[in-house]
Ligand binder design. Structure first.
Ligand code: ZN
Length: 249
């Protein structure tokens, strides 16, 4: 046993960790969520079904290849996970769930051809206030499993936008237009062929489309895939209805 994992076990014994969803004491080997709560997160399994409702958000807007999310955003349990990641000073939840997502998608070939991972950047002021960028931790978890490198500083968020939560679909588009700038002297970014964009929650897709447009400004022929932790459950049948309905409008 490595010394670091022995130390973790001793610390765990002295200060038992609790599941962020049900509050039960975690056993050795469990991290952040107990086995039951992790298994019960309602999976989208979009990496097994293409085309899917998440990819559809990006059709005609960017050169999209694949899109998947770990779970549908529905109910108290998924809310607790997302809230914990963003507001409880607990970024390692993101790294852990990024690893879970990548492990579940790996054998489907989802990552085939992807050359780099770009997490949605936070504005520097917001990142200082929170202490971390939750999307960066998700990206690091995915990178740990896949070996694909993370480009954490290739794109900058120029504008500190207000939260999208209470905005309708049109207001969301308006809120994120031209808020990102890709570094034009980053030669890898301007020459690579396929990038994976990471967000914690994809709702209308507006933030990721704006991010993709900033990258297209330095690399017009680039292709994108998209991953997030959560996707709204109301959108799950969007393929059948043809047009996703915005839950916030
Ligand atoms: Zn639990």
């Amino acid at each position: 046993m490595k010394l670091s994992s022995l130390c973790t076990d001793i610390l765990h014994f002295l200060l038992p960790y609790r599941c962020i969803v049900c509050g039960q004491r975690l056993s050795a080997g469990e991290r952040h969520l107990c086995v039951n709560c992790l298994a019960n997160l309602p999976r989208t399994r979009f990496h097994l079904s293409s085309p899917n409702a998440m990819e559809q958000l990006f059709w005609g807007r960017i050169n999209i290849d694949r899109a998947t999310a770990l779970f549908y955003y529905q109910g108290e349990e998924t809310h607790k996970v997302l809230h914990n990641l963003k507001y409880y000073d607990n970024p390692d939840v993101g790294r852990h769930l990024g690893m879970v997502l990548a492990e579940e998608a790996l054998s489907s070939g989802f990552f085939s051809g992807i050359e780099a991972i770009v997490p949605v950047p936070l504005h520097s002021r917001k990142e200082r206030k929170r202490g971390y960028n939750q999307c960066m931790y998700l990206a690091e978890g995915i990178s740990h499993v896949t070996g694909i490198k993370v480009m954490g500083r290739a794109v900058e968020r120029k504008v500190n936008t207000k939260t999208q939560t209470h905005l309708n679909k049109d207001e969301r588009w308006e809120n994120v237009q031209n808020i990102f700038a890709a570094n034009p002297s980053d030669t890898f970014l301007s020459t690579c062929h396929h990038i994976l964009l990471i967000d914690d929650v994809v709702t209308t897709g507006s933030t990721l489309i704006s991010l993709a447009h900033a990258i297209e400004a330095v690399n017009p022929d680039i292709q994108f895939s998209v991953m997030s932790l959560a996707f709204p459950s109301e959108y799950r049948f969007a393929m059948e209805n043809n047009e996703p309905q915005d839950s916030t409008s």
